[in-house]
Design a protein. Structure first.
Length: 319
């Protein structure tokens, strides 16, 4: 559901941004407004980013190979990280450069089409609102009871947080542009247009930094959620098993590696240990279906510090 929802949100955002970008370029050509140019480049960058996310999603579906035995699930993280770089450079830095140039050479909005940028910006706000609404609806399918900030920080599927932040940035940026253009039209002072452009640039840079930091964490390798770790531990211990230690790692948004050392009796035979491990693996996959790769290592019960008894050493699972 998360993957399909992410794709739906991406396609909705791509359709909106391609249309909006064309209209913004027309408005810039008629008025030479730096805010309109910054917003046009912003929409182009967002469109490219959405294409990158679609490409990353497709590449991530490739089957595992001898060179990549755990598959290509992290392709989605890599492309999401590239998105943050594109947003920072093509969107944010370009807008800041345009703002600086406009501050150096301010001029009023030119031509007799003063109403064009206002009409385009209002229309763009409406279109982006529908795209943002789609992203919110699809995110709610997987967000659960988490706050939006926590969802962005903890989501293992990079597409939905990326689209959410991009659409939010687009809406806020459009508001900045609308304010800058409106004040320039009212006062005839191009510095307001430059100020709107600068605010757009700072906004895009901030969003790009947040995306880069969150995606970096995914690239480094994140463990399963606390809920999934608890389910895995419960599945292992359901039939009397005891965990010595447990580690998890996301190989991709919907692929989880589980590695655990479990305690077995001194008297257990090899056949009994094999059956116990097979049963534990089946319970783990039933409890957490994204647990695709599971390695369970048996170890002997250890005596306590006094040497009395043969109790297993139980160590709390790692979050």
């Amino acid at each position: 559901m998360a993957a399909n929802g992410g794709t739906k949100a991406i396609v909705a955002a791509l359709a909106a941004n391609l249309t909006i970008a064309a209209l913004k370029f027309v408005a810039y050509a008629l008025t030479l407004s730096s805010s309109m140019l910054a917003e046009a480049i912003h929409s182009v960058a967002d469109s490219g980013n959405q294409i990158l996310l679609l490409v990353g999603g497709k590449k991530a579906k490739r089957a595992a190979s001898p060179e990549h035995p755990f598959g290509y699930g992290r392709e989605r993280y890599i492309y999401a990280f590239i998105v943050s770089i594109v947003l920072f450079s093509v969107g944010g830095l370009f807008a800041l450069y345009e703002a600086w140039d406009k501050f150096q050479h301010p001029h009023a909005i030119e031509g007799g089409f003063w109403w064009v940028p206002l009409a385009v910006l209002v229309g763009a706000i409406i279109a982006e609102s529908f795209s943002f609404r789609t992203a919110i609806i699809e995110s709610n399918h997987v967000r659960g009871q988490q706050s939006w900030a926590k969802f962005v920080r903890s989501a293992k599927q990079p597409e939905l947080p990326v689209i959410l932040l991009e659409d939010l940035g687009a809406l806020v940026g459009l508001v900045f542009a609308l304010i800058g253009v409106s004040l320039t039209l009212l006062t005839g002072d191009g510095l307001w247009d430059a100020a709107g452009t600068a605010m757009i640039g700072l906004l895009l840079v901030a969003i790009a930094v947040v995306l880069a930091l969150e995606t970096k964490s995914l690239l480094l390798g994140e463990s399963a959620t606390k809920d999934d770790v608890a389910k895995i531990a419960a599945a292992i211990e359901a039939d009397g098993g005891r965990i010595i230690h447990l580690k998890t790692l996301h190989l991709g948004p919907e692929e989880l590696l589980v590695a655990a050392k479990i305690a077995v009796s001194h008297s257990a035979t090899g056949d009994e240990i094999a059956r116990e491990i097979d049963a534990a693996e089946a319970r783990i996959r039933a409890a957490v279906p994204i647990a695709r790769v599971i390695y369970l290592e048996p170890d002997l019960h250890r005596a306590d510090a006094t040497g009395a008894g043969q109790q297993p050493v139980a160590v709390a699972p790692q979050p």
